[in-house]
Structures are given as C-alpha cells and as structure tokens.
Ligand binder design. Structure first.
Ligand code: FAD
Length: 387
C-alpha cells in the first residue's frame, strides 16, 4: 500500500546499491529476494567466530578509487592479499605464474633463465603447430606457455571447471596467460584489495539501514510467483534475475556452469595454512579448498572451517554461476536484450544475471553507479563515494 517508486528484483550488490542511491534521492523501493537473505552471491555468515563466504571466496580487488572509497563507507576492510597455492599430485606451486612458480617448476633463479625456459617450451609447441592457429584450448595454452606449466597447473583444473577435455574446449577461453618475472604471489594486479572485517552481508544491511526508511526488503519472495501483479503495480522496475527466465525462455535457454560447495567444521587450529589451495590435477574432484579463517588472519585455537568447491553441470534446479559466453549464447542474449528494450522500456535489466556477464564485484558497483547516473540524470563527474 505504500507508494513505491521502484520494484527491485534481487537483493544482490546491484539491486542494493540502486535501492540505497534511489533512497538518497528521496525514492522509495521494494526489494524482492528469493533467498532467505540479502547480499546475493557475496553473502557471508559467521560460524565459530569465522566468516564463511557461502558462494565461494570473494576477494574485493579494484583499481577504481570511487568504488573502493564507496564500499569502505559500509564496512572496514582488512589488508588481505590473495596468494593462491596450487597442489598438483602432492607438489606445491605458487600462483599466479611468477618467479616462485618457475623456480619450483624448473629451478630457474633469474628472470633471464625463466624467460629462456618458457621460450624453449613455447618453440617446441609452435613448431608442432606449424602455420595453423591453435584449434582448441590445449593448443592455445601450450603455444602461450609450454607443456610443463600447462600439464601441471592448467589442464586438470580447466577440464574440471568446464566439465570437458581441454582438446574439446574452444581456444578463445584463454586469450592470454599473464606471467610475471618477479617473485610476487599477489593474485590480483589491482591497487586496492581486501576483505570486509565481519563479512560482506553487513555492507548491504548498512545500505538498507542508511536509507531513511525508504527501502523495504522482502526475502523468501520469488518475483515469478507474483510477476503479473508486480509488473502492473510498479511504474519502474530494476530486474537483476536471469533475463531468459523473465521472458519465459522464449528465445532459448542461456547456459551456465554451476558449483557445489561442501562446508566442513574441523577440529584443528590451522588445516591447510592458506586461504585458497587449488587442486590442479584431474583426479581430485574439487577444484579448490578454502580455509576461511585465513582471509581474516585469525589464529583462534580450536576450530576451523573449510569449503571444497566442486564444479558441476548447470540445470534450472541449480545455482547459475558462470555464463558460458560462446557464440550461441551471445546470440540468444542479444535477442533477449533487444526484446527487453522493445517490449519493456520501463524495466532496467542489470547485474550479472540480467546482463548475462561475469562481473567482479567492483564492476557491478561501477555498473550500478552508471545506472543510477542515467536514471537520475547525474553528471558523469559525480563521485558516489563523496556523496
Ligand atoms: P547476485 O549477487 O547474483 O544477486 C542477484 C540476486 O537476485 C540474488 O540474491 C538472487 O537470489 C536474486 N534473484 C534472482 N532471481 C530472482 C527472482 N526471480 N526473484 C527474487 N530474487 C531473485 N567478485 C569479486 O570481485 N571477487 C571475487 O573474488 C569473486 N569471487 C567469486 C567467486 C564465485 C564462485 C562466483 C560465482 C562469483 C565471484 N565473484 C567475485 C563475483 C560476484 O559474486 C558478483 O560480482 C556479484 O555477486 C554480482 O552481483 P549481482 O547483484 O549482479 O548478482
């Protein structure tokens, strides 16, 4: 019965930022969220004093100062830097590929030695290829980095991620393989990085709390149970669910990869000594094991919580995580996006499911700012962090 200005479907980062910023401009929103909590895939909860990320490790990293200053208005960040270790059949390597990895792989100690080794490996692969282009992911990866790193650190992991042999995967999945000729295990190349102390969910709770009562959230509420009524009652809608589902899959179904997470509480102070360990062989059924306390630098006596991440085929009964951006899906997405503009100009389709794109959190924040700019006629120069 309240006079809402916006219906927002999905209480993930995109929806919550929009609701918060609309409230600052005096607009009232109703957010419907099908899950029992807000925060979308960034949702975290606390157990045994440890912050657990429910949908895989979320490390905030960005070069965008506006986004970095903005998010820190809603939570304090620690100085966590992601440093991933790979376990290949019991031998450990540092990631991403850097001087530590090359030393562990070949015993090379200087950048020149490492360069020469990679060049030597690449030349063998390029000779095998002759003049033709790499036809699949395996050929592509070997031509970029050689066989040793490919076989031990890329092949098994990638095949598990995609559920297909590397020789059956398209070459375009790997465009470049960044290598660093310095001893530096920092996974991300971004200036700002960290984890919110106490988790991500508080960020979105604080956005609601700081909205002058203009944001109402209904959890456990699936938009599709009330679609027609909601659309007829709300003048303007922000939809962050799956775009193909909105149109009842009339142009076909967009494909995703899914994941299954297995959480375990373990009676140990320190189970694996690192937040993330990747299992890069093809036999281990999971791709990574997270030990959450290391994201917070906690060393509490007693318990620890780990999560194993298993890739799996997606179907409509499972969570959709990674879009499969091949030609077929790109065409299908374009058909939906065109239809959306034509038949529903009153609806903004946003976020990773509404746009069928993999977005890191900072990209979602930036995209949400741009949507707010557009919706409220705000200048490009306007800085949301200083508002
Ligand atoms: P979401 O967070 O997915 O929110 C959409 C919300 O809409 C969900 O809560 C959903 O339940 C709801 N919804 C959907 N349909 C309906 C409906 N019909 N009715 C009601 N509600 C509905 N990013 C990083 O920056 N760093 C990382 O380290 C990182 N790690 C990641 C690891 C994994 C395994 C995954 C999958 C993603 C990771 N990301 C990471 C990306 C991050 O999760 C996204 O950027 C972010 O969640 C996108 O926000 P969103 O609002 O677009 O979508």
């Amino acid at each position: 019965t309240k006079n809402y200005d916006y219906l927002i479907v999905g209480a993930g980062p995109f929806g919550m930022i929009f609701a918060h910023e609309a409230a600052k401009r005096g607009k009232r929103s109703l957010v419907v969220e099908k899950r029992p909590y807000i925060g979308g895939n960034t949702h975290t909860h606390t157990e045994h004093g440890i912050t657990v990320h429910d949908f895989g490790a979320h490390i905030f990293h960005t070069d965008n100062k506006e986004v970095w200053d903005y998010i820190r208005k809603f939570a304090e960040f620690n100085g966590y830097q992601n440093q991933v270790v790979a376990n290949y059949k019991g031998t450990l390597y540092n990631l991403p590929f850097n001087m530590n990895t090359f030393y562990q792989m070949w015993g090379t100690k200087t950048p020149d030695e490492a360069h020469a080794k990679i060049e030597e490996q690449k030349q063998i692969a390029l000779k095998d290829l002759g003049d033709r282009q790499p036809r699949n992911l395996e050929e592509q990866a070997i031509s970029l980095i050689g066989t040793d790193i490919y076989n031990k650190l890329i092949k098994g992991y990638t095949e598990k991620q995609w559920g297909r042999k590397a020789t059956e995967l398209p070459a375009f999945i790997i465009k470049r393989l960044p290598v660093r000729f310095i001893y530096d295990n920092n996974y991300f190349n971004h200036r700002y990085q960290g984890i919110p102390v106490g988790g991500y969910t508080q960020i979105f709770e604080n956005m609601v709390a700081e909205s002058n009562g203009l944001v109402d959230v209904l959890t456990d509420t699936d938009f599709f149970d009330y679609k027609e009524t909601l659309l007829s009652e709300f003048p303007r809608v922000l939809y962050t669910g799956m775009i193909d589902q909105f149109f009842d899959y009339k142009f076909g179904e967009l494909e995703y990869r899914s994941l299954r997470f297995e959480h375990e509480v373990i009676d140990s102070n320190n189970y694996q000594g690192n937040a993330v360990i990747n299992y890069t062989d093809s036999e281990t059924p999971y791709t990574r094991v997270m030990e959450w306390k290391h994201l917070d630098g906690l060393a509490d006596e007693g318990k620890t919580i780990i999560t194993k991440e298993y890739p799996q085929e997606w179907d409509r009964s499972k969570e959709a995580y990674y879009p499969v951006n091949n030609d077929k899906n790109t065409q299908i997405y374009k058909a939906y996006a065109t239809e959306a503009r034509k038949s529903h100009p009153e609806i903004i389709f946003g976020g990773r499911l509404g746009k069928y794109r993999y977005f890191d959190m900072d990209q979602v924040f930036n995209d949400a700012f741009n949507t707010v700019r557009q919706e409220f006629g705000i200048d490009q120069e306007f800085n949301f962090a200083h508002d």
